[in-house]
Design a protein around this ligand. Structure first.
Ligand code: ATP
Ligand code: MG
Ligand code: FE
Length: 336
């Protein structure tokens, strides 16, 4: 079965063709990062306009790279939330148009389920599973008792991990999105600042990153007032170490309560090399749990992951009609 998938929830316009939910025939990603950099973040109106300019180009490109025609398709999958409403609507409208014109079923996909299914391209997903989703807008631990079933057992109470990276990056003068550059810098430094590890010892699976962000910003501002030079690499390493310890500490706690066959690491921040290495080491303490990480090149937003999540949703009977609308604050769901 071939699925055509659309993703436009934030600042990447992407169209993919996926075979049987696991093989990528095409995955075209047009990013707006260079445009959004000028504003230090994503401006919704700018994002929508970029999506409109890119979506048909990405579609034609994906169909050509996959070397298929519309007759070869079995279904159309699309991200309908969460994300920016104007951005989401571009993908939703394009998907509806293709589904209508070619009489294909339309599959609504939750963007966060998509992030989890990016890991499907690294190996099979085994249930029950636990997923740590770390991205620009979300940080959550999701329990998956069976296919198409998502239960959030813990989440951030304030900033997402990726958001903290981007805000800290701004203070360091690193362009948006700062995650990758802070990651690289962190490898050249040491944890000398000992920033707080929020909620690490609390009996829940929730996170908080705003205190870490404030501690970081206060440290930088304080040094500026005293005209002191801080070691940028040590700052980055200290920040990253705090994020990693909290993410791993909470996930390990969840693994002791939820007996799962697999741990999945996914979302834009899952591209962090320090986090991947630390998780790989920690998982040696859980030999009975298989560890599956989203491939490095599929951690950020892309339509391939939407095609993979869309495939299992489609097999499970998930359908939308032409009334499908964008849902900016969509939670894990099951329309049917
Ligand atoms: P969401 O998926 O929650 O709706 P989003 O789609 O904007 O948000 P993603 O595209 O999944 O987020 O991830 C982007 C985030 O990942 C940015 O905050 C970026 O800084 C961060 N990021 C990317 N690479 C790295 C890295 N190597 N280390 C840390 N963070 C990273
Ligand atoms: Mg993005
Ligand atoms: Fe995302």
């Amino acid at each position: 079965d071939l699925i055509l998938a659309f993703e436009s929830s934030c600042d990447e316009t992407s169209v993919a063709v996926i075979e049987n939910g696991k093989r990528i025939l095409a995955n075209v990603v047009a990013t707006q990062i260079n445009s959004q950099k000028r504003f230090g973040g994503v401006v919704p109106e700018v994002a929508s306009r970029h999506h409109i300019e890119q979506i048909t180009i990405c579609l034609a490109d994906a169909m050509q790279r996959a070397q298929i025609t519309y007759d070869d398709l079995s279904a159309v999958a699309v991200t309908y939330g969460p994300g920016l409403v104007g951005a989401l609507l571009v993908g939703v409208t394009a998907a509806k148009a293709v589904a209508f014109a070619h009489h294909l079923p339309l599959i609504p996909v939750n963007h966060m389920a998509g992030h989890i299914y990016a890991a499907r391209f690294a190996g099979e997903i085994k249930f029950p599973a636990l997923a740590l989703l770390v991205s620009g807008g979300h940080t959550e631990l999701v329990y998956l008792p069976k296919v198409n079933c998502y239960q959030i057992i813990g989440e951030t109470r304030d900033d997402a991990a990726g958001e903290a990276y981007d805000k800290v990056g701004r203070v360091m003068g690193i362009p948006y999105p700062a995650g990758k550059q802070i990651d690289e810098l962190a490898h050249q430094g040491k944890d000398t600042f000992n920033f707080p590890r929020a909620m690490l010892n609390e009996e829940n699976f929730d996170f908080s990153f705003s205190g870490l962000k404030s501690a970081f910003i206060n440290t930088v501002h304080h040094a500026e007032q005293l005209h002191q030079e801080l070691d940028q690499a040590d700052l980055a390493a200290s920040f990253q170490q705090s994020v990693i310890e909290v993410l791993i500490g909470k996930t390990a706690k969840a693994l002791k309560k939820y007996f799962v066959k697999q741990l999945i690491l996914a979302g834009g921040v899952a591209a962090n090399t320090g986090l991947r290495t630390a998780f790989t080491q920690t998982m040696q303490q859980f030999p009975q749990v298989d560890f599956l990480q989203a491939p490095l090149n599929l951690c950020g937003d892309n339509a391939a992951m939407i095609g993979a999540a869309g495939y299992v949703a489609w097999k499970g009977g998930q359908r939308a009609d032409l009334n499908l609308n964008a849902v900016p604050s969509l939670e894990f769901d099951w329309i049917k």
